[in-house]
Design a protein around this ligand. Structure first.
Ligand code: HEM
Length: 271
């Protein structure tokens, strides 16, 4: 296992002040200020690690064993995670300028696009990033399906994945209304009508989302709350559970790799 800075659990890490010796900053063992500065990063890590145990968590996460034959398809989950993180970051900046009101939403977005420094860029990243995330999530789901990773003991992780997929699509639907222009208004009416045709819960769900007889001010604030608070919170919690299970259960080997037979089951060589 690669070496990571980890303090001896029984000894307190030295404080940086203890090492220096006199005004020239040279330490007792003759190290100069540059060496002391280099050590400071390790010291800070050690200080944090002694109190949080974070290093053992990170080593478990990052240095876990993966089966032979893993390839680029195994990076699709991380690509989805990266896309989500990017959506969260760009979304925070968009929220600083956006006003969820039918009379001001469109104006706040045109102001952001035309007048704010990098506004058009950040908005573009968020808009295209949504499609990137949806493409990545479907490819990742395809990889886990075709590699048989949904089978025992990873069924629960598959189910969590399905919920993550639905939540990601809900993000797309709720985000689409936010500019409140003609296209988003009419597209949301269509989506709401389709939702209403769903069996049993469909009409109730459509009523809940519309938040009134017509799409209007309450619909917009409801979609905004769902888009920036409720669903991202759920996604973060579920990604946590998803990754916990990935680390706990390990990764599935590609289907074309032969399983290694335990020694006890191997036939003795007849010589
Ligand atoms: C926000 C969405 C998601 C994120 C961030 C995410 C992230 C990840 C990551 C980082 C891994 C480990 C690396 C890899 O195998 O690619 C993984 C594994 C896995 N994911 Fe996802 N995932 C998401 C959605 C989904 C979906 C939609 C499904 C299926 C419906 C799914 C099912 C699985 C399964 C079964 C594994 C275990 C793979 C194995 O053991 O080989 N995930 N996920």
């Amino acid at each position: 296992m690669p070496k990571v800075p980890r303090p001896d659990p029984l000894s307190r890490p030295e404080s940086p002040g203890q090492r220096t010796n006199g005004a020239n900053g040279a330490s007792a063992n003759g190290a100069g200020p540059a060496d002391v500065a280099k050590e400071a990063g390790g010291d800070a890590l050690g200080w944090l690690d002694e109190r949080t145990g974070g290093t053992s968590f990170l080593t478990g996460m990052l240095y876990r064993k993966v089966p032979k034959g893993t390839n680029w398809f195994y990076t699709l989950g991380s690509a989805t995670l990266f896309a989500f993180t990017f959506q969260a970051i760009t979304g925070v900046f968009l929220a600083m300028y956006y006003t969820p009101s039918p009379t001001q939403a469109y104006g706040s977005i045109t102001h952001l696009t035309n007048d704010v420094w990098m506004g058009e860029f950040v908005r573009g990243m968020h808009k295209w990033g949504a499609s990137v995330m949806i493409i990545c999530i479907f490819l990742h789901m395809g990889r886990t399906f075709f590699f048989g990773a949904y089978k025992y003991p990873r069924e629960l992780n598959w189910v969590i994945g399905v919920v993550l997929l639905i939540l990601t699509l809900v993000m797309g639907l709720t985000g689409y209304l936010l500019p409140f222009d003609q296209r988003s208004y009419w597209a949301t009416i269509v989506a709401n009508n389709i939702t209403g045709t769903g069996p049993i819960v469909g009409p109730y769900l459509a009523d809940f989302l519309r938040a009134g007889p017509e799409i209007g001010a309450t619909t917009l604030s409801r979609f905004y709350a769902i888009h920036m608070l409720l669903v991202p919170g759920l996604i973060i919690a579920l990604i946590g559970a998803h990754l916990y299970l990935v680390v706990k259960l390990g990764t599935t080997a590609p289907p074309w790799m032969k399983a290694e037979r335990p020694k006890s089951l191997r036939r003795e060589e007849v010589g």
